[in-house]
Design a binder for this molecule. Structure first.
Ligand code: MF3
Ligand code: CO
Ligand code: CO
Length: 251
């Protein structure tokens, strides 16, 4: 790997570990009765304790340090006094900014016992992200990534959200290319060694369509069906990839 990529990879890994560490902290306190504001506080404090900044805070007017997207919320849910209850599923999305570089990651959390449908949706979403990551290497088309995700989840009757996508990331939070989570093999730009981007599929139990609520941020499924999402920030190498937002937690 050329020296140019070395700094980008090293710094993104540092930012990425802080983001993923914040999610590890969140996982320790989640249970019925916790509010999404309490999740936000943990993220803010963990990131601050690691001498980093939360990239979402004040990003285009976003008021909090993480996104908390519950049940039929697809993404960009705003932490509030809302209390999580038994059976809820929630995505927490954290982006740390450290020494000029970003690391962006999200995970699904289960509040107590959840339905079998919700469990299947979460598993399919996680598998689709990991399957897509596993094919990443120099020369792969962006369409190969989208198609891998789409075929995996559609085979189980789920649908891929089209209104939001993964993105290049680095010194800038969101940059080119757009990484779509659907598409055709062999189409789109070829990814190259040294590129850093996110893969963050949003998968719905029902229809793929979304709408934005009046707060200007919260994206929900139009049909109110459940939605799940996972996100990793990865770097492309000649023979594969590096995941910068892997959890250090052993469980
Ligand atoms: N972390 C989100 C992403 O994956 C972006 C959140 S922007 C915010 O790209 F303003 F909503 F926080
Ligand atoms: Co992202
Ligand atoms: Co994110």
């Amino acid at each position: 790997m050329s020296e140019n990529f070395k700094e980008a990879f090293e710094k993104t890994k540092i930012a990425g570990s802080i983001a993923s560490g914040a999610l590890d902290e969140v996982s320790k306190i989640l249970k019925p009765g916790i509010s999404t504001n309490e999740i936000d506080k943990i993220c803010y404090e963990f990131i601050n304790d690691h001498k980093a900044y939360s990239a979402p805070l004040f990003y285009r007017g976003f008021p909090k340090s993480c996104c908390t997207s519950t049940n039929h919320v697809v993404c960009h849910g705003i932490p509030s006094d809302k209390i999580l209850k038994e059976g809820d599923i929630v995505n927490v999305d954290v982006t740390a900014f450290k020494e000029g570089w970003h690391g962006d990651t999200s995970r699904m959390f289960k509040i107590g016992e959840i339905s079998i449908k919700a469990e299947k949706l979460i598993n399919a979403t996680y598998e689709s992200m990991m399957k897509a990551i596993s094919i990443v290497k120099d020369g792969v088309h962006l369409g190969d990534i989208g198609s891998t995700i789409q075929s995996h989840v559609e085979a189980q009757g789920f649908s891929v959200v089209q209104d939001f996508c993964g993105h290049g990331i680095g010194r800038t939070f969101h940059k080119e290319p757009n990484v779509l989570h659907y598409g055709e093999k062999g189409t789109g730009e070829k990814i190259k060694t040294g590129m850093i981007f996110t893969i963050e599929p949003m998968i719905n139990l029902g229809n793929y369509e979304t709408k934005i609520l009046n707060d200007g941020w919260t994206a929900v499924t139009k049909d109110k069906s459940l939605s799940a999402q996972f996100e990793h920030t990865i770097g492309v190498t000649k023979d594969g990839y590096e995941i910068f937002t892997q959890s250090n937690k052993i469980d």
